[in-house]
Design a protein. Structure first.
Length: 328
């Protein structure tokens, strides 16, 4: 056993094959040589991670950019937001409602002579909400209920009666789901739309339809006493095509270009959102054609498929003034 070991050990270092043996040592360095491979992998890790992130970003479209912008504290509402629903679910009313429902709220305003019920759209996670001026005009207090049933007190930041827009802010709110604002200039007649609001206080009511027409001249009152009636039915009077609907608009009025839709709108939908097929806000619902032209209560009026919304690009252009506390 000892001899066989000797015969084995001696020839190995002194074997004539040692020149060939001399070629074998390089593999050990190359074997550790691949050991830098983990090092190389580690160095390439961030690159690979960035590539993976880029692929994910490509998969979700502008969503990543929108989220990063919001997390960076920038004003993402001035740009076109990412679709709220995936491409495969585009136009699916149930998918749109599930995705954007939490971004629509019910608004209850207390007035000197009664109350007003309307809707609003969350545009920031800390509780900025866009609604109609006529929903909160002249209010002594404003209460808001979110889709999960939570109630907040809100303050009016700014109003613009000439566009029938208002911006309110919830007190003590955080982590709310903000709606993505779309591009109303890209809207075409026949595009599918979804309206969400609180008609008659029925929070989160969803209706759907199409864009019936664009650039309709709708005239509304700028008098805060015209906005609501004693019963709180939010029967906002407006004029269209030379006729008065839902009451007399009075002498102080303003006219804006509206999106017309056949999605059912009823008292209380005012200030709610009109969404496109991707779940982006394209308009703020503001008026409905009533079958009772001089209706004084919701019992005498109902949607007949002619509703009007303020284009979202009008909203976006007005946000800075509303945030600065402008009142007009």
């Amino acid at each position: 056993m000892t001899e066989s070991q000797g015969t084995y050990e001696q020839p190995y270092p002194s074997s004539p094959a040692s020149p060939a043996h001399a070629e074998w040592p390089p593999p050990p360095p190359y074997r550790p040589g691949p050991q830098p491979e983990p090092g190389k992998k580690r160095r390439r890790g961030p690159v690979a991670l960035l590539a993976a992130v880029a692929i994910v970003a490509a998969a979700v479209g502008g969503g990543t950019a929108y989220t990063v912008q919001e997390l960076a504290g920038k004003d993402a509402t001035t740009a076109v937001g990412a679709p709220a629903v995936p491409t495969a679910k585009r136009g699916d009313v149930a998918a749109i409602a599930a995705a954007v429902g939490p971004s629509v709220v019910e608004i209850n305003a207390t007035l000197a002579g009664g109350s007003s019920t309307g809707s609003g759209v969350i545009i920031s996670s800390d509780g900025e909400i866009v609604t109609n001026n006529h929903v909160v005009s002249g209010a002594s207090s404003v209460k808001v209920r979110t889709s999960d049933g939570k109630s907040y007190t809100a303050e009016v930041l700014g109003t613009d009666s000439s566009k029938d827009l208002a911006l309110i802010k919830l007190r003590g709110a955080k982590g709310l789901k903000a709606a993505a604002l779309g591009d109303s200039d890209a809207v075409r007649v026949g595009d599918p739309v979804v309206a969400i609001g609180s008609p008659e206080g029925l929070t989160g009511t969803v209706t759907s339809g199409i864009v019936s027409a664009l650039n309709r001249d709708v005239t509304v009152s700028t008098d805060e006493n015209q906005g609501q009636d004693q019963g709180g039915d939010d029967q906002w009077p407006f004029r269209f095509g030379g006729r008065e609907f839902n009451g007399d608009t009075g002498s102080s009025t303003t006219t804006y270009k509206a999106i017309q839709t056949d999605a059912s709108l009823n008292p209380g939908n005012s200030g709610g959102a009109l969404f496109d097929a991707g779940g982006r806000v394209i308009g703020i619902n503001s008026a409905m054609y009533s079958s009772g032209s001089q209706a004084s209560s919701s019992a005498e009026a109902g949607s007949i498929g002619l509703g009007f919304a303020i284009p979202v690009n009008t909203v976006k252009s007005d946000l800075a003034a509303l945030r600065s506390g402008g009142t007009s």
